[in-house]
Ligand binder design. Structure first.
Ligand SMILES: C[S@@+](CC[C@H](N)C(=O)[O-])C[C@H]1O[C@@H](n2cnc3c(N)ncnc32)[C@H](O)[C@@H]1O
Length: 226
């Protein structure tokens, strides 16, 4: 699989197969036990990412890369940031636009497309919460290398960690979805991404911030310093 093939699968999944499920998961509507643990874990991850940033973001520019329905972009704009919120799924961008509070609309520019598109501009920070979970380490190195020339301070992103459980599930195909067109999560570590960056001659460094575990949600926040 290449970066583009993976991205196309992700687009198909979020823009068609899973749009309604994702809309509900990211809303206040009631969800079942397993999904409730995922929602709680994702709320904790969003708070963890926000805690890495200065409390006052006035004047700081952000790319929310793979913004989904826009919750993190709204939080950042609420703290004063100017945000470009990009997602490969036009359907999710429509939902994000509808959900954006009127008072913050001037601070967030929503766009559908690839996060790597240079036309999005230059940024002090980039956040990519759970947007890169389907990409292999070499593809993540490609993403970091592609974003680096347009990044000032740091990028915070998340990956599924290489825990024994997730790795065993991945090896035995349990993380593979039923439909061939759906993307597969790729458990990985900061070290693996570091190796892939070295192979691709991508400058900069990656460090682990913290892991969040909540039922079926397991995700590690990483920081890329350009
Ligand atoms: C698991 S969702 C997370 C969405 C959002 N960041 C959140 O935490 O609610 C992953 C999102 O990343 C988007 N995505 C994945 N690869 C992308 C790419 N190359 N460019 C733009 N968006 C991408 C998907 O369309 C999807 O909306």
């Amino acid at each position: 699989m290449t970066y583009v093939a993976t991205r196309d699968r992700v687009e198909h999944y979020f823009d068609r197969t899973a749009t309604k499920t994702w809309e509900r998961l990211t809303s206040d509507a009631p969800v079942s036990g397993i999904r409730a643990t995922v929602r709680a874990g994702r709320d904790r991850m969003r708070d963890l990412i926000l805690a890495q940033l200065p409390p006052d973001l006035t004047g700081a520019s952000f790319l929310d890369a793979g913004c989904g329905t826009g919750a993190l972009a709204v939080e950042l704009a609420g703290r004063g940031a100017d945000v470009v919120a990009v997602d490969i799924s036009p359907e999710l961008i429509k939902i994000a636009e509808k959900r954006c509070p009127d008072g913050l609309a001037g601070r967030i520019r929503f766009a559908s497309g690839d996060m790597l598109d240079e036309s999005h501009g230059h940024f002090d920070y980039i956040v990519a919460m759970d947007s890169l979970i389907y990409y292999e380490p070499a593809m993540i190195a490609q993403v970091l290398g592609g974003l680096r020339p347009r990044l000032g301070t740091s990028m915070i992103f998340t990956v599924p960690p290489k825990t024994m459980l997730l790795t065993a599930m991945w090896r035995t195909g349990k993380l593979f979805p039923h439909s061939d067109r759906s993307p597969t999560m790729v458990p990985q570590s900061a070290r693996q991404i570091g190796h892939a960056m070295a192979e691709a001659s991508t400058a900069g460094s990656v460090r682990e911030i913290e892991r969040v575990t909540s039922g079926f949600y397991i995700s590690t926040a990483l920081e890329f310093a350009p």
